[in-house]
Design a protein around this ligand. Structure first.
Ligand code: SF4
Ligand code: SF4
Length: 313
């Protein structure tokens, strides 16, 4: 099955803390990976406590996966613990459309679930076996993984078995022959539904955008005028100014550390007599110096008036 071309498959696995949902997600994701697909696999815990609803998200695609985040538009929803079906906060039914397959582990018939929750897409039930004890993976999870793998249709039996063994070992849990048998039996039992995931028509899905090329101008045209280090002195930011600070030397006490310190553009320099002098080529006219001067020695003058006065002098 390696190399089979598929569109992205989006899967959510719902269960409860302590039911091995994270491991189940890894098993399914690894099986897809072994078949040559790009895979994303991410669990979300919410409240980290045993019994709290948790969900694992898996995306698989023949192409690189650029989509991120929660899966709101699933192709397959796997419910490992069917008591979650009655818990709205678990979000099991969120985003289910005609294309979405709902796979539920448990003993309740699919027709009953169809009556209770009325999903738009198919409902499939996989019987859940009895768990083997606290050191084992829950059989409902293992059966769900086996069934889900067959419903997806691109996972071979060998890849499934290899992924289940590897992820169980990585998780440090015991995988008994009965556990493995449960996975593969569920896989085999879904033969007549093989590949039903992803076969339905999607609706309400945002189309994947195409990449567009943005023209890149030459840096001399596209960037601000400062495109080399140590050239800010060449940029006459004073051209932005509408009001200019004018210093009254009679009021000035030459405490240049005040106005000079507050000027954000370092546009106040000290002349030979120790008085402040404004560098109008670089003063932007923010008038912070006007506000800070303790003797009110700096006036704010409209730029037009100052320019007129300069021209007349
Ligand atoms: S803060 Fe005012 S008084 Fe002090 S140096 Fe500047 S302009 Fe002169
Ligand atoms: S107006 Fe602003 S930029 Fe100009 S000298 Fe005063 S503090 Fe500096």
């Amino acid at each position: 099955m390696v190399g089979a071309e598929v569109d992205m498959v989006r899967i959510r696995i719902h269960g409860r803390g302590g039911q091995g949902i994270k491991t189940a997600g890894r098993m399914l994701g690894s099986a897809m990976f072994l078949e040559g697909f790009e895979v994303q696999d991410a669990p979300r815990y919410g409240a980290e406590r045993r019994g709290a609803p948790i969900v694992a998200f898996i995306r698989a695609d023949s192409n690189p996966i650029n989509e991120r985040g929660l899966i709101a538009d699933p192709d397959l929803v796997v419910v490992v613990d069917d008591t979650l079906m009655g818990e709205p906060t678990a979000g099991v039914l969120q985003g289910l459309g005609r294309h979405s397959v709902l796979l539920i582990a448990g003993g309740t018939d699919a027709a009953v679930w169809r009556t209770r929750v009325n999903p738009a897409g198919p409902v499939i039930v996989v019987p859940a076996g009895h768990d083997g004890g606290p050191e084992t993976l829950p059989r409902s999870g293992l059966a769900s993984i086996g069934a889900a793998a067959r419903l997806i249709g691109t996972i071979g039996r060998a890849s499934l078995e290899e992924a289940v063994r590897a992820e169980a070992t990585a998780a440090g849990v015991t995988l008994s022959p009965a556990d493995l048998h449960g996975v593969l039996a569920a896989y085999d039992a879904m033969a007549d539904r093989q590949g039903c995931v992803g076969g339905g028509e999607r609706h309400g899905r945002v189309a994947r955008p195409d990449w567009i090329d943005l023209r890149a101008d030459d840096v001399d045209h596209a960037a601000p005028a400062v495109h080399r280090p140590a050239t800010s002195v060449l940029v006459r930011t004073g051209l932005w100014r509408t009001m200019r600070p004018v210093i009254d030397r009679d009021r000035c006490r030459r405490c240049v550390w005040v106005c000079g310190e507050f000027c954000p553009d370092n546009a106040i320099v000290v002349d030979a007599e120790g008085f402040p002098s404004v560098d109008y080529d670089h003063c932007k006219g923010c008038l912070i110096c006007v506000a800070q001067c303790p003797t009110h020695a700096i006036r704010a003058v409209p730029e037009h008036d100052a320019a007129t006065a300069e021209a007349a002098s």
